[in-house]
Structures are given as C-alpha cells and as structure tokens.
Write a protein that binds this ligand. Structure first.
Ligand SMILES: [Zn+2]
Length: 63
C-alpha cells in the first residue's frame, strides 16, 4: 500500500543559483548551476592560482 509519497519536488522549483560575486570584484553569472560552477572554477584558476573550491562550496557562496 502506498501510504507515504514524500519529497518529490520538481527540478524546476529548486532554488537555482546562478550568480557569484568574487571577493576580487569579479561578478560571475552562469546560465545554470553547472555553468556557474564551471565559470567560477575557470576564474579561480586564471585569477586566484592555488585557490580551489568544489561545487558545494561555490554554490554555498552563490546566490
Ligand atoms: Zn576573483
């Protein structure tokens, strides 16, 4: 018997984060979370050698 059908949230209703304001002043905007993470990591590699953040950390700082 299906008594509990919990937690099904459509992807489109999730809170998408697509913008991150880097402490250096660079404002990075992506088309979606994957794009934002890729652009932030590219920015870090180019402008902040030695600093690496994983997807979780980037999305935590993003808005
Ligand atoms: Zn920066």
């Amino acid at each position: 018997m299906l008594s509990a059908y919990a937690g099904a949230v459509p992807v489109s209703l999730r809170d998408m984060k697509t913008r991150l304001n880097c402490p250096c002043g660079e404002y990075i905007v992506g088309t979606d979370e994957d794009d934002l993470v890729a652009k932030v990591q590219a920015h870090l590699a180019a402008e902040h050698p030695g600093r690496e953040y994983d997807r979780e950390s980037i999305l935590f700082m993003a808005s």
